[in-house]
Structures are given as structure tokens and as C-alpha cells.
Design a protein around this ligand. Sequence first.
Ligand code: G3H
Ligand code: 13P
Ligand code: ZN
Length: 335
Amino acid sequence: MVGYKELGLVNTREMFAKAVDGGYAIPAFNFNNMEQLQAIIMAAVETKSPVILQVSKGARNYANQTLLRYMAEGAVGYAKELGCEHPEIVLHLDHGDSFELCKSCIDMGFSSVMIDGSALPYDENVAVTKKVVEYAHQHDVTVEGELGVLAGVEEEVSAAESHYTKPEEVIDFVTKTGCDSLAISIGTSHGAYKFTPEQCTVDPQTGRLVPPPLAFDVLEAVEKQLPGFPIVLHGSSSVPQEEVDTINQYGGCLKAAVGIPEDQLRKAAKSAVCKINIDSDSRLAMTAAIRKALAEKPAEFDPRKYLTPARDNMKKLYIHKIVNVLGSDNKLINK
Ligand code: G3H
Ligand code: 13P
Ligand code: ZN
């Protein structure tokens, strides 16, 4: 058993309370490799932002859970080396799907876990979330639960289609489970294709697809039921069209990729939404830069030569999210 505090990590309790009060959201960035992690830490240090490093099932399969946890430990030292005396870094399990997995992450030093029982019948979701909370809280690890189903990742679990969180269920769920934060479904979804062209309108000036607005009425109803309780938004990439264009210009083929407009995320960040999950945008930024670098220098075969612009582009993206969308810059408790 390794406690996360020994690794210099923190849980989400204090940072969420501060974010809800201050009307901003903490960035939760997924990482799968060293370049993503370096870019996230450089961005968080430069902007003096707290940050959540997320490890998904796909990341565990790709890079190995143990290796990722040691990388996160290294990230604390790296942030200090970059000049941040008291970094606030959370290591979080994204979409944990069983008690055993959550326990194994807690035992190896994760400071926060998500137990995603959103595709289960309500009572089973309550039962598994409660079990995870009981174990996690013995180790001062915070737990994110979920109610409502997003399209995408969770769809693979079982749900035929996404459905919004039912505000009338949230008090019962939070009371029975004791979870520390709640992910809700208000129209976001995972990946770079969040809406079909049929669900969108077309901007007459740019010809771009404009997605339907998020269900802010559902968010407001949840906030009314749970005043001040930390709310989480998954599937919150904006799918920057410049990155999609670069990918397509240099041999890629991304058609009609659509994300959540940033003004909607800004509005959400000012509410009780205090954690916003972003993965796809980082993938797009990395892929766009690599495609461009390889197309411009076809003789290049040193990975560092095309991963450097990829890392720079991700860092730029993370800084933009922190400063211009989530508002978590300059929010470290001990600056
Ligand atoms: O929640 C979804 C994340 O984007 C992680 O996806 O399992 O492909 O790493 P992944
Ligand atoms: P995106 O696919 O919109 O980046 O969402 C990521 C996410 O929710 C990770 O849990
Ligand atoms: Zn997610």
C-alpha cells in the first residue's frame, strides 16, 4: 500500500470547494504518454493552476497502470523543478468500472477515483459507489460518482442511447453513497464526434456545424437540489476546427467532427461544475502537429523532432483551456 500523500499528490476535496466558491473549474486532462504529461505539467506550472491527471482504461491498456502512476509521481518532482514550490496535482482514475479496480488504484497511490456505475440499474450504481466510497475514505481518497449516461465510452457498456441526469435522483444518490463529486449528463459526450450533422445547424458565415446547446436547465435543477456540491462534466472537448483542418490538410480524414463550444464550457465553469474533462482536444493537437511536421520534413525519422512540436501544441492548448475557458489560473492555495 502506497499512500498518495507520500508521493506529493493531493485529493480533490479542498480544490473543488475553492473552485465552486470561486466560479471556476479544475482541468482534468487524460494522459497516456510522457509528452502529454510534460505538456500538462508545464502548462499547469506556467499558469499556477491546480490540475487533475486522469488515467483511463485505454491508458492503462496502452501504457500500464504502474508505469503511469510512477510518471505521476515524477510529475510532482518535475513541477517543483520548473519552479512551482507547492504543486496541486491529483492522480485520478477515469471511468473506473469495478470496486476491485478502484481499490487497486487507491492501494498504489491514486488520490482520487471515479466509479462509473452510470450504466447500471440505479440501486446497483448506489451499491458499488457506496462500497468504493467506504474504502476510499479510509485512505482520504476522494470519489467521483456518475448519474445519467453520456453517449460514447459509456454507451459501450450497455446503454443504447445517452440520457440526461434526473435531478430528482441526485440528493438520494449523494446521500446514500457519500461520494465527493458527481458527474452528470447534460448533452456532452466523449470523442471528436459529439453530434451528428443532423443535430446541428450550419453557421451561414463559416459553413461550420453549430451544435445544439447543453441542457443548462438540467444543470440548474441539479444545483438547486445540491447547493454547492461539486459537479463534473465529462466529454468536454471543443474539437478545435483549426486542428481538424490541419489534420485534414496533411493527409488526415476527419469528417464533421464537432465538440462543445467554449462559451458553453465557460458558462458551466462559473457554476457548480468544478471539474471539466478534456482528452480528445489533446489528441487532435498532438496529431495535427505530428502530421504537419512529418509532411513538411519527410526525411525526418527522429521521433523527438516531430514530438517536440506536438508537445508544444498540446501545451498551448492546455494553457488556453486553463486561462480562457476554465479560469483555474492563479488558483494554487500556496502560490
Ligand atoms: O473517457 C474517455 C477518455 O477520453 C479516455 O478514453 O479509454 O480511449 O483512453 P480511452
Ligand atoms: P472528451 O472526449 O470530450 O475529451 O472527454 C474526455 C473525458 O470525458 C474523459 O473522461
Ligand atoms: Zn469521461
